[in-house]
Design a protein around this ligand. Structure first.
Ligand SMILES: Cc1cc2nc3c(=O)[nH]c(=O)nc-3n(C[C@H](O)[C@H](O)[C@H](O)COP(=O)(O)OP(=O)(O)OC[C@H]3O[C@@H](n4cnc5c(N)ncnc54)[C@H](O)[C@@H]3O)c2cc1C
Length: 536
């Protein structure tokens, strides 16, 4: 029997039996998980609570780029780009199984713009320094036509090719949780922090959290408490003071996913200026084509934000202007929306496009540390700064950060082919599970290579608790093809029920809940058809 790195029952037992930590982290997205890895690798005793599943929030809904941000370069945010390019190199070195180099092409419609982008991208390469992952070059119209057979050729004057990073955001998050656990951290999902504990001098001394699976509440003490709750940081700040000016202005971004053939290229397309002034990416991802994103201010954050018709129309219309076969609503396999935790500007301006993507680290008079904003790409650097601050607040010695060279769980350069690659060094272990059980060798769906053994693995080693945890954030099928994920759900639920010792009622409830979430990722909602599948 292999050691289970992420086991919810033993995490809860640990929190109850030993409720005294150096650092408690609230929030299990990229930021919180990065902090848990950093603090644990410095030898600190760390606990992390996530109210839903790891990466349920923004961290599973990104454009999947580990990048410096060509757009931020255009905005003159050199420091952000420089930091992000360094971090890109570090993520590539430490997590080669969930990252890879992705060539991008910017199509140009005038010689001037071609020259402008080439100069800009040369600067981008230079900023990456030794961590550069490829040289930007000019490309001819003919070369673009050859590599992008479905790109409209009219007016094209060639373009510029540059290289950036691509990754699987939620899988990296799960691997970060496993890395933190390997180094001794206690992490738990489905536990919501509902209050802050205070000492006599009004300093934060711990948290009160509710186990959402049982409704039971617990208290855990800590020398430092870190609020890493993304767009929800203001809720935790309210627990601290009961009243404060919001520090986050959420902005939503939507992506659509189409059949790979709409672009028909292994290179990604970058449209540098759309009608709303943003960039739009068309990126190959797990054999599909991901297009996005948008930028719309949102009043109230939610864990499952919905795309608007206007966002979907905007993405489709922009894609139609460039592609020979215009994608239609019915071609959309999945649509998903994420919320950027942008720093609230001092004025009441409605635009979010111009707000810096840099992060914000602050300490409240109570000692509560809050970190928000930034990018997935810079999670490690954000964590380093936050843990440095936590050591100071906790009065602990200034232990050195180790994460520049800490290998992320799954790290290997010997990648198994196909979808197995993202499991890295876990791939042979999952295959070994399947070898011992023919039922576990069965495919979950005709259109995907994933097999039942992967679900078993996710329950045993990745703390998957619900059908959504498996299909959305571990297998990623919800984000690739929502209808196919609904069709897979019964087999996933039955497999999980055996592993988690659950009954038929649990399966029924899981399928109902999954159906409710997954239908919001569908543009067409064929309710009758899905009911048939659910009762299979
Ligand atoms: C549309 C879009 C595209 C993006 N694309 C990219 C990209 O390509 N590359 C890139 O580098 N960056 C990208 N980003 C930015 C990146 O995704 C975010 O910066 C990052 O995911 C934020 O992580 P986080 O941990 O701060 O927030 P989250 O991932 O939202 O995590 C916060 C967590 O806190 C939990 N939580 C909240 N309250 C509580 C509580 N009381 N108790 C316990 N837990 C709680 C939530 O459930 C949530 O899981 C993109 C962002 C968006 C919106």
């Amino acid at each position: 029997m292999q050691l289970q790195l992420l086991n919810r029952i033993s995490s809860l037992k640990q929190l109850v039996d030993h409720p005294q930590y150096d650092i408690v982290v609230i929030g299990g997205g990229a930021t919180g998980l990065g902090i848990a890895v950093d603090a644990a690798t410095r030898g600190l005793k760390v606990a992390l609570m996530e109210q839903h599943d790891f990466a349920k929030g923004t961290s599973s809904r990104s454009t999947k780029l580990v990048h410096g941000g060509v757009r931020y370069l255009a905005m003159g945010d050199i420091k952000l780009v420089y930091d992000a390019l360094r971090e890109r190199g570090i993520v590539f070195a430490n997590a080669p199984h969930v990252t890879h180099t992705q060539p991008f092409v910017i199509p140009c419609y005038s010689i001037f713009s071609k020259l402008k982008y080439l100069i800009g991208l040369k600067l981008y390469d230079w900023l990456a320094g030794l961590r550069s992952i490829g040289k930007s070059t000019a490309v001819t119209k003919e070369e673009i036509q050859q590599n992008f057979p479905n790109l409209k050729p009219e007016g094209l004057k060639g373009g510029v090719r540059y290289f950036d990073g691509q990754f699987d955001d939620a899988r990296l998050a799960i691997n970060l949780a496993q890395t933190a656990a390997t180094h001794g951290a206690t992490l738990i999902n489905y536990c919501r922090v509902i209050g802050l504990m205070k000492s006599n001098d009004e300093k934060v001394s711990g948290v009160c959290f509710e186990d959402l699976e049982t409704g039971i509440s617990y208290e855990v003490r800590a020398k430092a408490v870190i609020n890493a709750t993304g767009v929800f940081v203001d809720d935790v700040l309210m627990m601290d003071t009961g009243d404060h000016r919001p520090i986050v202005k959420p902005s939503q971004g939507t992506h659509i996913v189409l059949d790979h053939l709409f672009l028909g290229s292994n290179e990604a397309l970058m449209i540098p200026k759309t009608s709303d002034g943003r960039v739009l990416f068309g990126v190959p991802w797990h054999g599909h084509l991901l297009i996005g994103t948008t930028d719309i201010p949102v009043e109230h954050p939610s864990l499952e934000p919905n795309p608007t018709d206007a966002e979907v129309d905007f993405i489709l219309n922009t894609a139609a202007a460039y592609l020979t076969k215009a994608p239609k609503k019915e071609d959309i396999l999945s649509v998903f929306t994420g919320l950027r935790p942008l720093a609230a500007p001092d004025d009441d301006s409605d635009s979010t496009k111009e707000i810096s993507r840099d992060h914000k680290l602050m300490t409240s008079p109570s000692g509560l540390i809050t970190i928000t904003g930034g990018k997935w790409t810079t999670y490690r650097k954000m964590a380093e700064e936050t843990v440095n601050k936590a050591l100071e607040i906790a009065g602990l010695p200034p232990l050195a950060c180790r994460t520049k060279t800490t290998k992320i769980h799954g790290h290997t350069k010997q990648l198994h082919p196909g979808h197995w690659a993202t499991y890295g060094s876990d791939a042979p272990r999952i295959k070994l599970l399947a070898d011992g059980n023919s039922a576990w060798q069965e495919k979950l769906h005709n259109d995907f290579e994933h097999i039942v053994a992967e679900v078993v693995w996710m329950v045993r080693h990745e703390m998957a608790r619900t059908v959504e945890d498996v299909l959305a954030r571990r297998l990623r099928i919800l984000f690739l093809n929502a209808q196919a994920s609904i069709e897979m759900a019964p087999k996933v639920a039955e497999t999980m029920a055996v592993e988690l010792d659950k009954d038929a009622n649990w399966i029924t409830n899981q399928l109902t809940q999954y159906h409710e979430v997954a239908t919001t990722y569908l543009i067409k909602r064929p309710a009758m058809q899905m009911k048939d599948n659910d009762t299979k």
